[in-house]
Ligand binder design. Structure first.
Ligand code: GTP
Length: 344
């Protein structure tokens, strides 16, 4: 049986934090006249925690279109963004692996059985040859032996073919597993690591310090709400994708680029001194500031879009929360001091 719990979201927030979420979820559901059933609660739980940016984006779109959250809509959201579609894929792949292994085992068993039969038959014939060494008997037995040897060779050949096919199918399944695994750690909109992968990567880096400097850069699009309100969510999504592409372009190969929350992106920079983290973040900020994005349909400019950035350096006694909080504080200072800035 699959350990399906391994693929379920982990909700390890404290009692107090969950109480805070409750206080946000209920008014939201009430304001939008959405039934407070467990499915909708789960959807809006992920929404307020911003754990699941793809879901946030989908909910924002539905809310901005005043869509009624009927059971069909809720189940679709839940199925697509929470219940984890990859669970089904994993089950599917596991069943297929079992099937391939069973077929290969059957083929091997058949061949072994056939080899045993042939061996028995050879022993019997050898006994006859020893007791009746006439030429006619010898010839006829030789014919039979040749026949049986050919048949055994054919069975072995069939098994070889089946094993080759099983090998090819296993290779395909391996690729499929890699694809599903990739999906499970990727944010659907930006293609960056998702929040879960971000949390996991950061914890691993903090738990296994390598003595080198690690920095964290949090990047937030300034007045993103205004972009959404003025141009709509689809354009907002495209701006997010563009910013994500800038991060990917400027980050180094060993950095981890993630979507941390709604319009907040992050780069975990292991083995990177602070001055380098600042330089990379500045380059991203400057390129964003210089970009003049346009709406595809009518070439209308989206105006100046800027980024605020907060950087922190990992300290010896840090845990993920304290590290993120320091970067977040720097980001807050960047916002407070006028936005379009990198603070550390
Ligand atoms: N289009 C789109 N919008 C999103 C997504 N996730 C979050 N948002 C929006 O991002 C906006 C964030 O707004 P605020 O937190 O008020 O921040 P802001 O307008 O960027 O202002 P400052 O951060 O203070 O500069 C909200 O309007 C969200 O709806 C997404 O995936 N797509």
């Amino acid at each position: 049986m699959t350990d399906s719990t391994a693929l379920l979201p982990i909700y390890d927030f404290s009692f107090t934090l969950n109480a805070d979420y409750l206080k946000k979820i209920i008014p939201l559901l009430t304001r939008h006249q959405i039934a407070a059933n467990p499915i909708n609660y789960a959807i809006f739980y992920d929404y307020v925690t911003e754990l699941n940016p793809s879901l946030t984006s989908a909910v924002n779109r539905l809310l901005s279109q005043n869509t009624v959250f009927d059971s069909e809509t809720s189940l679709e959201l839940y199925g697509n963004f929470i219940s984890n579609a990859s669970l089904k894929s994993f089950d599917n792949i596991q069943q297929q692996i079992h099937k391939v292994i069973r077929q290969a085992t059957d083929a091997i068993n058949d061949t072994c059985h056939k080899a045993e039969q042939t061996n028995d038959s050879f022993q019997k014939k050898s006994a006859i040859l020893e007791s009746k060494p006439e030429i006619a008997t010898t010839q006829s037995i030789l014919q039979e032996i040749i026949q049986e040897t050919k048949s055994l060779a054919a069975t072995s050949h069939a098994m070889q073919m089946q094993l080759n096919q099983a090998n090819a199918e296993m290779e395909q399944l391996r690729n499929e597993l890699a694809r599903v695994r990739q999906m499970a750690v990727t944010d659907g909109l930006t293609g960056l690591l998702n929040r879960r992968a971000f949390d996991q990567t950061l914890s691993e880096i903090i738990e296994q310090p390598d003595g080198e400097t690690t920095c964290l850069s949090l990047l937030d699009i300034d007045h993103f709400k205004r972009i959404n309100d003025t141009f709509g969510h689809t354009i907002g999504d495209n701006v997010l994708k563009y910013v994500a592409s800038l991060l990917k372009k400027h980050a180094e190969g060993h950095h981890h680029v993630a979507r941390y929350g709604g319009e907040e992106l992050a780069i975990i920079m292991p083995n990177t001194p602070k001055h380098k983290a600042i330089e990379i973040s500045e380059n991203i900020r400057i390129e964003m500031e210089k970009s003049r994005l346009k709406r595809k349909t009518d070439n209308a400019t989206l105006g100046l879009i800027t980024l605020s950035v907060g950087i922190a350096e990992l300290h010896v006694n840090d845990n993920p929360e304290s590290f993120i909080t320091r970067a977040d504080t720097a980001l807050y200072q960047a916002k407070e001091s006028g936005r379009n800035k990198v603070m550390h």
